[in-house]
Ligand binder design. Structure first.
Ligand code: FES
Length: 181
């Protein structure tokens, strides 16, 4: 029984018979590569300058070959998809993290105040939703605590809460904040 189909995918290439006869096209879809025959009207209309990799919506007729059990697709309409529709959904950006040792030596040496100063500085810059403070276990540098690691992996030791504003300005310069987030 015939039925309609409509699929979206990337144009992979034309299928040519005898070296010159346009028969169909190959479309890369979520279910893999599909061969789609082109209707005579479409073959006459189709511009040959479809660029492989571009996205299209293809609609047409689906037929089941009773003998082979194969499903055949024949296209009647090909519509280019706007670039914004073709963009794959980007995974949510992972938050940048500032690591702060939460173990006793670092805490005794002022780690808590450092943590608080980082938090205040993030709020001050409007980065509280983009950058998180992560407490860590001992960084094995206890005598030089408090220890912190910035998102770019720069490690600081013997840090004082008073140093935080300058440090934050270095890592999250206000004028660049827009590009950081
Ligand atoms: S307690 Fe902070 S590095 Fe060991």
């Amino acid at each position: 029984m015939d039925s309609e189909f409509s699929i979206e995918g990337r144009f992979l290439g034309f299928v040519i018979k005898d070296g010159y006869k346009l028969k169909g096209l190959r479309l890369g879809t979520a279910e893999g590569e599909q061969y789609i025959k082109l209707s005579k009207e479409l073959r006459a209309l189709l511009r040959w300058d479809l660029t492989p990799g571009d996205w299209f919506a293809v609609a047409g007729e689906k037929t089941l070959d009773r003998k082979t059990g194969e499903i055949k697709l024949k296209a009647y309409r090909i519509t280019p998809l706007a670039p914004k529709q073709t963009e794959t959904v980007k995974p949510a950006k992972t938050k940048a993290s500032i690591l702060v040792c939460q173990k006793s030596d670092c805490m005794k040496r002022g780690g808590r105040a450092v943590c608080q100063a980082i938090e205040e500085s993030l709020c001050d810059r409007g980065l509280e939703n983009q950058v998180t403070i992560k407490g860590t276990g001992c960084m094995k540098n206890c005598k030089a605590g408090p220890n912190i690691v910035m998102p770019n992996k720069t490690r600081y030791c013997q840090i004082d809460a008073q140093d935080i504003p300058a440090l934050m300005e270095k890592h999250f310069p206000r004028e660049k904040i827009k590009t950081l987030v």
